[in-house]
Structures are given as structure tokens and as C-alpha cells.
Design a protein around this ligand. Structure first.
Ligand SMILES: [Zn+2]
Length: 276
């Protein structure tokens, strides 16, 4: 159960769909904007607006969670995942393969990244706002090195475009952990495992939008071009995922709410000069 909660977490599925709602923070900010309009009148408006002002301040506090605080939460959340998932030890063959593929990408595009393997048959990968990228053994079994690099590029895209930060903001704002922290200090305190587990569920219940997925697909492709990798590999990775569609329970669920991998493969094909 713990395991399920964690898998649920972060950005569930590299290619078939990662978790998060686009504009999570944007909607929070527009709430703040309208709240601030109310507070704007407060100076002269007197006590009539007092309750509104109080409510507005609550929204304001929630929406102004700093990136620093979110990164701290993401780090704790990732550490929790690494404790509850089966992390491949450094000498494990999956860990060694991933290390070989990613060693030149730990400082990619201004980001500080770390890559590890979860020894699970799930066909999955995810990223969190602290720059951690995790790849599941099930995905590694399915993909050749170039395809795996394409998936990794896609995940880096979610970090670079701050989709992971936005996802964490949305989940954290709604979490009990945030309320406890806000009540005390305003900076990220140490969250209990139960709070991190609940945060994971919130992350899972949100999803990256199709436009965020498309943006990350494009980032992945640019990543392949930049490093002179095989630009057709993302297309073939999507084709492989499309072939799995409907065969695997968990995958099917994720596919239902995300762009289908066949269309994404076609898009990658079209962007790399059509059929080859
Ligand atoms: Zn994704």
C-alpha cells in the first residue's frame, strides 16, 4: 500500500502521462489576484470587508509558498520514495546502465539532476522538483539505450519547464503538512511519512496537462538533437508504449487521461522528417 502510494506520486509515467494539473499555481495566483482586489478596498472599506480580507490572506499565504520551500518538500518527498521503493544499489546492473547513460547529464541545461533506478516491473519514470529523476526497471527492460535517453530527456523537460514545481505547489497547498507548517514557521519543516504519503496521493490525483506533456516531448526531442542522440528514438519509445496499451492495468488507467502514445509517436515522426 505504501508502495502504491509512492508510485502514485510524482509524475507518474514518463511517456504515457505524468501527474499534475496545469496551471495549479496559476489558478492559485488568480485566486490571490481576486483576493487582493478585495483587500485593496480594505484600507478604506472598514470592517465590512474584514472577513473577506481574512480569507484573502489565507489564500495569499498558500499561494506564496516559495520555490525554496517547495524544493525542500520535494527533497523530503523524494527521500521518502527512495526509502519506500526498492532502490537499485550502485552495483546493480540497472543502476550501472542508467549511470552510464546519465553521467554526462547531471548538470544539464542549468539544472542539477540525479538519476536512480527503482527495481520494479512498472513501466514508469518520474521527476520531482528537486531534480530527482527515477526510472523503473520495467521501463528499462522495454527500452533500448537511445529510447531510454529520450524518456529521460522528456523527464528533464518536466523539471526545466517547472511542471514538477507547479505540481508540487498544487499538492502541497492542499496538504495537511502545509497547514501544519504554515501555522508554525512559514518555512518548510520536516514532514512525517504519513504527510508525505498524503502528499503523494494528491500528486497522483492531479495530472500533467496535455500541453505540458507536449512541451516535455518537444524538450526531449531537442535534448536528443543537442546531444546528437538518435532523434527517432522518442518515436519508437512511444510506439512501444502504444503496443502495451490495454495490456497492463496501471498503464491503461494512466493512458485514459493522457495523450495516447500512438499520437505522440506520430507527432515525433512528423517533427523528425516523417517516415524513415
Ligand atoms: Zn511526462
Amino acid at each position: 500500500m505504501k508502495k502504491m502510494t509512492y508510485i502514485a506520486l510524482a509524475c507518474a509515467l514518463a511517456l504515457t502521462g505524468c501527474a499534475t494539473t496545469e496551471g495549479g499555481s496559476a489558478s492559485g495566483l488568480s485566486a490571490v489576484a481576486s483576493a487582493l482586489n478585495t483587500t485593496g478596498a480594505a484600507g478604506s472599506g472598514g470592517s465590512k470587508t474584514e472577513n473577506k480580507v481574512g480569507a484573502a490572506m489565507d489564500v495569499f499565504k498558500a499561494a506564496t509558498v516559495s520555490d525554496e520551500e517547495l524544493k525542500s518538500v520535494a527533497l523530503q518527498y523524494r527521500a521518502y520514495g527512495d526509502r519506500t521503493e526498492k532502490l537499485a544499489p550502485p552495483k546493480n546492473k540497472y543502476a550501472q546502465r542508467l549511470e552510464r547513460l546519465t553521467r554526462k547529464h547531471v548538470n544539464e541545461d542549468g539544472l542539477q539532476l540525479n538519476f536512480k533506478v527503482y527495481l520494479s516491473k512498472d513501466v514508469n519514470a518520474n521527476a520531482t522538483a528537486d531534480g530527482s529523476i527515477r526510472v523503473y526497471a520495467g521501463l528499462m527492460d522495454m527500452m533500448n539505450d537511445q529510447e531510454l535517453l529520450g524518456v529521460i530527456g522528456h523527464e528533464i523537460g518536466h523539471v526545466k519547464h517547472a511542471h514538477t514545481m507547479s505540481a508540487m505547489r498544487t499538492a502541497y497547498m492542499a496538504s495537511a503538512g502545509r497547514k501544519a507548517v504554515a501555522a508554525s514557521s512559514g518555512t518548510a519543516a520536516k514532514l512525517a511519512d504519513s504527510e508525505l504519503g498524503a502528499l503523494g496521493e494528491k500528486l497522483f490525483n492531479s495530472q500533467f496537462s496535455q500541453s505540458q506533456e507536449t512541451e516535455s516531448d518537444d524538450y526531449g526531442l531537442a535534448f536528443m538533437q543537442k546531444h546528437k542522440y538518435n532523434v527517432k528514438a522518442l518515436e519508437s519509445a512511444f510506439r512501444k508504449l502504444a503496443s502495451l496499451s490495454g495490456k497492463q492495468g496501471g498503464l491503461e488507467q494512466m493512458l485514459s487521461s493522457h495523450p495516447d502514445p500512438g499520437s505522440r509517436a506520430d507527432r515525433m515522426r512528423d517533427k523528425t522528417g516523417g517516415k524513415k
